[in-house]
Design a protein around this ligand. Structure first.
Ligand code: BTN
Length: 257
């Protein structure tokens, strides 16, 4: 059982999570916030579900998560037009928020994988799915969906990356309320940096990405590109050094060769 009062006591934000919706079961917290018919228009709204029946990952993958053990939630950003010019930095803010929260609370060393996975010991502890919807030709709604493997101790299913959880890495169960509040506190901190000091985010992100300088390949559909992970640019795109020069990568799955 998730104790909302306990979570609320630890939440220290201006707007993220101030409108908090807790549900036992839902198809997908991302789908819920993306659907205008549900009438949720308060920016910063967080929906946390104990179980998703159609939890989604990037590239239409399924996101598996055992009931009541983990954190599966989405954050709505509504009409935050200045932020919407920097979607990748919103992604980075979310992955940095999760990584730093795990490091601060449990002293576990995390690593970031482009574009937005959080790893511990080369295994995936968190996935992030950012989706948007437009009115006319303007994005007015961005939903940041975050799945953190917290207290689950076994994983079944097909994974493109081996999963792990905080419980497995830390050796005992942890309090989800405290972790969620810490993630949201950190997320708001990084979001504020996007408009004031965006290179703070890219700098911190690069410090936690241990693939820079490595030989990698990037797979997008049937296309595979090989090269050296040279850098990321100011907007968070991957710069791949190939024999023809530097290529900017906007989408794809990255692996070390
Ligand atoms: C990925 O690694 O492919 C992204 C996984 C994102 C999963 C989260 S769980 C909460 C939110 N609701 C969804 O349906 N997906 C995201």
């Amino acid at each position: 059982m998730f104790e909302i009062e306990n979570f609320d006591l630890k939440l220290n934000t201006d707007f993220i999570g101030r409108n908090f919706i807790y549900v036992e079961e839902i198809d997908s917290t991302n789908s819920f916030l993306l659907d205008r018919k549900n009438g949720v228009n308060e920016s910063g709204t967080v929906v946390l579900a104990e179980k998703q029946t159609k939890g989604r990952g990037r590239k239409d993958r399924v996101w598996y998560s055992s009931k009541e053990q983990n954190l599966t939630f989405s954050i709505l950003l509504y009409k935050e037009f200045k932020l919407f010019e920097h979607l990748n930095l919103i992604n980075f803010s979310a992955s940095l928020a999760v990584a730093n929260s795990i490091e601060n609370l449990y002293q576990l060393r995390t690593e970031l994988k482009w574009p937005n996975d959080v790893l511990i010991n080369k295994k995936k502890i968190c996935g992030i799915l950012l989706e948007s919807s437009s009115q006319g030709n303007k994005i007015d709604r961005v939903v940041v969906g975050i799945g953190v493997n917290v207290n689950q101790s076994m994983f079944q299913g097909q994974f493109n990356y081996p999963p792990t959880s905080i419980r497995i890495e830390f050796g005992r169960e942890v309090e989800r309320e405290k972790l969620l509040a810490e993630i949201l506190n950190n997320f708001e901190f990084y979001l504020n940096k996007i408009s004031t000091e965006s290179n703070y985010i890219t700098r911190e992100w690069k410090e936690k990405c241990r693939m820079i300088g490595e030989k990698i390949y990037v797979k997008e559909g049937d296309i595979i590109k090989n090269g050296i992970f040279d850098d990321i640019d100011n907007e968070g795109f991957l710069l791949l050094r190939t024999k023809d020069g530097i290529e900017k990568i906007t989408i794809g799955d990255v692996s070390i060769v």
